[in-house]
Ligand binder design. Sequence first.
Ligand code: SF4
Length: 228
Amino acid sequence: MGKSRRYRLRLDEVKVQAFQARLLAWFRRNGRDLPWRRTRDPYKILVSEVMLQQTQVERVREYYERFVQEYPTVQDLAAARPARVRESWEGLGYYARARNLHAAARTIERRHGGKVPRRLEEVLALPGVGRYTAGAVLSFAYGEPAPILDTNVRRVLSRIFASRRAASPAGGERRLWALAEAVIPAGKAWAFNQALMDFGATVCTARNPGCSTCPMRRLCAYYAGAAS
Ligand code: SF4
């Protein structure tokens, strides 16, 4: 998908498969039950991902439920007055997100027949949608093997696969996107990407990662370095 296909990675396939299996097993036992995980409606997933761009999960919960009740379809949101949408967003902050989401709904209605598009370039062309949000929408709504790379995922992948020092920050970023794509197991993009996010948010945290009980210990370059 996109640029990452052009980046050459040398990965240990055995390690990748072990990582996939352990992460999915961990997720089956520990995955968080979040309202936007109970739907495959691409519009509702887009709403949740835009809300999550700058707001914590717990805070998004209450707003998400209320927002999708008020605007249950992309058509409802597209038809709403801008002032009304802003009111509905009141309290979540970063109002540019509400404006962009509203504009995205109108674009979806006008250019895509009311359906959130399934092609990366088309999702990326929606107002307020960057590469992370596009990957989240494609993998969570359509099961596409689209990578996601936020702070949590970046940390998990860097620690386990020990990102080599890149020649430039842009090179390091390209490698991580390529890695985030290469490790997605076939047919399991939804669970795997959700698992990566939860694992980074709750186990492999920035400070005090839970290494002592982590199922990745034997695979993890960071742990091996710390233990040696
Ligand atoms: S062993 Fe520690 S650093 Fe490695 S993945 Fe687990 S929690 Fe993260």
